[in-house]
Each structure stands twice: as structure tokens, then as C-alpha cells.
Design a protein around this ligand. Structure first.
Ligand code: V4E
Length: 211
């Protein structure tokens, strides 16, 4: 007898928001609290910012390595900040053609990758209707940052633009200001590693108006 599995690939659409205390009260009112977790991310890049200047983000979260690859090219509209997430070391080795010599971390360090940002996040997760809300408090050395994210899962890539519009509508219903928000790593680089941040501006990963 053979087993057949109906695997459905879902796409996560997410938008970041800067939230005031009052925004948080409105957003979490009537929402289901899903839990809190704390994790440390270490982001890796080369001396020449080879990955991040292509909007590619390699990190370890706890024990696991993860890769975020941009789904759309810089400048391709409002979907620019959506990423494909790869969560297996084997797949990451395949993408970057990293042969297995030692452990994953030793092998990437030998190729010139080193930590460019290390931060610890305390994340509270809520569900409100079909939306998932993440409230993050981020800490690094001499660095604190609060940021919120509203997420929606869709079954087809073609539904992503509508999902963003739904997220923005949901945010507006909660009187949240719709504005450009730097993610935690970009904010960290801006404040702590201006040379790296400038390289991302020069590469077009960060638009000049969002510096
Ligand atoms: C994709 C990305 C970075 C990596 C960190 O991604 P982020 O979504 O901020 O982290 P997190 O902890 O919420 O990940 P999750 O738990 O959801 O997997 S750092 C910069 N980027 C790209 C990027 C960009 N180019 N522009 C803006 C406005 N934000 C992010």
C-alpha cells in the first residue's frame, strides 16, 4: 500500500509597521494570543556585502540556518519586500554550491562569511481573524527596537498583491499609520554599521528616500 500526501505550498505575505502603544491596544483587542518566544539571529555576509547587496539574507536562528531570497527584483513595486524562505542547510549548500567539508558554519566561514548583525528578539504572536500579528522587541548591543508585522498566508503567488492590499486595509481599520518601516536588521545596520547600510543604499536594496 502506498501513502499519498497532499502537500500544499503556502506563501506568507507580510508587512512591517511601526506601532504606538495605542496601536498595539487596538490591534490586540479581541485577538487570540498564540504565545511568546525569544530567539537570537546571527546574519552573515562577506566583507564586500556580497549577499545583502543583492537583498539576500543568510542567518542562523538558534541551531538552524535559514536563507531569505527576494521574490521580486528591487524596484518591481510593492511586492519587493517579499522573500522565499529556505530552511535547510542542504538546500542552502546547493544554492551557493558550498561543498561539505566540515560543519555548515565552518564551511561558510572558510568562504569569507562572517556575522554582520546579531540580535535577540522577543516575539508575541496573535491571531485576529485570518491575520497573524507579530509584536517584536529586538535587542542587540546598545540597540533596542520595537516593530510589528501583520501576516497573511495565500495559496498562490498571484494572490500576493491582493493580500498586501488586505493587510494595508486591516492596518487602516486599526488606525495604524501606513509608512515605510525599516526591518530590525536594516535599522541595526543604519545605527551601528553605516558603511554596510550605505552599501545597501548604493546597491538599490534601500531606496534613497527611505534612508
Ligand atoms: C529580508 C530582510 C532582512 C532579514 C530579516 O528579515 P525580517 O523580516 O526583518 O526578520 P524577521 O525576524 O521578522 O523574520 P521572520 O521571523 O519573519 O522570518 S533584513 C532586510 N531585509 C530586506 C528588507 C528590505 N530590503 N527592506 C525593508 C523595508 N525591510 C526588509
Amino acid at each position: 500500500m502506498s501513502n499519498s500526501y497532499n502537500l500544499m505550498i503556502m506563501f506568507e505575505v507580510e508587512q512591517k509597521f511601526k506601532l504606538s502603544d495605542l496601536d498595539i491596544v487596538r490591534l490586540t483587542d479581541g485577538a487570540e494570543f498564540l504565545g511568546e518566544k525569544k530567539f537570537t539571529d546571527v546574519y552573515y555576509d562577506t566583507e564586500k556585502f556580497t549577499l545583502t547587496s543583492q537583498d539576500i539574507w543568510l542567518r542562523s536562528r538558534g541551531e538552524n540556518f535559514e536563507l531569505k531570497l527576494p521574490m521580486y527584483k528591487v524596484g518591481e513595486g510593492e511586492l519587493t519586500n517579499q522573500y522565499q524562505e529556505i530552511e535547510s542547510e542542504e538546500k542552502i549548500r546547493e544554492i551557493f554550491a558550498i561543498p561539505i567539508i566540515k560543519s555548515f558554519i565552518e564551511d561558510i566561514e572558510a568562504l569569507g562569511y562572517f556575522p554582520c548583525c546579531t540580535c535577540t528578539t522577543t516575539r508575541k504572536k496573535y491571531k485576529k481573524g485570518k491575520f497573524v500579528i507579530d509584536l517584536d522587541l529586538v535587542e542587540a548591543q546598545d540597540f533596542n527596537y520595537a516593530i510589528g508585522e501583520i501576516e497573511l498566508m495565500v495559496e498562490e503567488k498571484s494572490q500576493m498583491a491582493d493580500a498586501i492590499a488586505e493587510i494595508v486595509e486591516f492596518a487602516k481599520e486599526h488606525e495604524i499609520k501606513i509608512e515605510y518601516v525599516r526591518g530590525k536588521v536594516l535599522e541595526y545596520l543604519k545605527r551601528k554599521k553605516p558603511e554596510h547600510f550605505q552599501a545597501l543604499v548604493d546597491a538599490g536594496v534601500i531606496k534613497k528616500e527611505n534612508m
